[in-house]
Design a protein around this ligand. Structure first.
Ligand code: PLP
Length: 401
């Protein structure tokens, strides 16, 4: 029987329903969505203007030479890759934001790796697109527990030959959303070995790879010295360069999968307009703005360390810009935080697969996106802390309300 391909309600729709009719208890501060608020680099305006004549063109699906060269140069520089690791002509594909690429890849993987009862797997908690893509592709979506540590246990996956035999695609997210965990090189190597041993496509979503604290995250590109067979990575400019509205990213990896993906995209994707490709190339060629961006996030986490001091569930994340916080009951806390502190969080339940009894591993958590400027963020987080501590925001005596 064909599998149900109806998408479940999106996390942001569920959040809207949860908070419908609830008035914010203070100046609203939306921490539910990971939409960057730092400024994008000024130079993008000049690059767009200089390429204005190119709006007449249909976007070349493989990208301009300039785009592909910039993507390769960034990968080589950022991950210290040998010059022959990435071939700019056959291994790079522009994406109009990495979301659309991640979504389309599930259908491609299910079609190219036919299995009697196909599975698309991903970490749980997850970026909602992985689950939606699995469902839309007609595969069974399987969340692999990633816990607060942030990465699923690959040895458990490898031992489950029943699951591996049905697997068409495994998404990994490194650094992870929402926990901000960094995958070490050994972990990434093990993932590649599994993808080869069981012949599934491994897609490593590296969209947070340039937002990090003390430890610098690596890439799956660093463990493909013996070739990229069955491996793709996706990258995004949205968070690195604060240009979520530009819709700019790319995929890199296995030339056979890139060719199949190119062909699919030639039929169905919007393509990345040439002026946008020019801006993306300019952003990839500049590391200074990314370093500045990182410093802004570090300062906010320094502030959060103070505001959340003594909160047992708080851990400063190693990368990314989210906080994944155990508050007991994520949905109840989200309602209370909005009603009492004007802070909009996202319940962890909406990023986690329901178990047969209706509960999920994400139930106790909320996710907070530290996207706003520090000055805006701090008073909201102070109010949030007061609510979590059971004190009424605005009172300074710490007395329980
Ligand atoms: C884990 C993860 N992957 C991919 C994306 C998609 O980013 P974009 O489509 O802007 O490149 C996001 C955006 O929030 C994300 O959190």
């Amino acid at each position: 029987m064909p599998r149900d391909t109806h998408l479940s309600p999106h996390p942001f729709d569920r959040l809207r329903a949860l908070l419908a009719g609830v008035a914010p208890g203070a100046e609203p501060l939306d921490l539910s969505i990971g939409e960057p608020k730092h400024a994008a680099p000024d130079f993008i305006t000049a690059v767009l203007a200089a390429n204005a004549r190119e709006w007449t063109r249909y976007p070349p699906i493989l990208g301009t030479e300039e785009f592909r060269a910039a993507a390769k140069a960034w990968l080589d520089r950022r991950f210290a890759l040998p010059a022959d690791r990435v071939d700019a002509d056959t291994m790079i594909l522009p994406l109009s934001g990495s979301r659309e690429g991640l979504f389309l890849l599930a259908g491609l993987a299910v079609a190219r790796r036919p299995r009697p009862d196909p599975v698309v797997a991903f970490p749980d908690p997850f970026y909602a697109v992985y689950e939606g893509a699995a469902v839309a592709a007609g595969a069974e979506p399987v969340g692999l527990d990633a816990g607060v540590a942030g990465l699923p246990d690959l040895d458990a996956l490898g031992a489950d030959t029943g699951l591996c035999g049905r697997l068409c695609l495994l998404y990994l997210c490194a650094p992870s959303n929402p926990q901000g965990a960094i995958a070490d090189i050994g972990y990434l190597r093990r993932a590649v070995e599994l993808a080869r041993a069981h012949d599934f496509l491994l897609v490593v979503d590296e969209c947070y790879v340039d937002l990090y604290d003390a430890e610098v995250p690596g890439s799956v590109a660093q463990v493909t010295g013996d070739g990229w067979a069955n491996v793709l990575a996706t990258h995004s400019l949205s968070k690195r360069s604060n240009v979520a509205g530009l819709r700019a990213g790319f995929a890199v990896g296995d030339p056979a999968w890139i060719e199949a993906f190119r062909s699919l995209r030639l039929y169905g994707s919007a393509g990345m307009p040439v002026p946008v490709q020019a801006v993306t190339a300019a952003l990839l060629n500049d590391d200074a703005h990314a370093a500045h961006n990182r410093a802004l996030y570090r300062a906010k986490f320094d502030m959060l360390d103070r505001v959340f001091a003594g909160l047992p569930a708080y851990r400063r994340p190693a990368a990314g810009f989210f906080v994944w916080l155990d508050v007991g009951d994520g949905e109840a806390a989200t309602r209370r935080l909005w009603a009492e502190a004007g802070v909009k969080a996202l319940p962890g339940r909406y990023l986690s697969q329901p178990r047969p009894d209706g509960t999920s591993a994400g139930d106790p958590f909320i996710r907070l996106a530290l996207v706003h400027a520090l000055e805006l963020l701090e008073p909201g987080l102070v109010r949030l802390r007061q609510v979590l501590d059971g004190a009424a925001p605005g009172r300074t005596d710490g007395a329980a309300a």
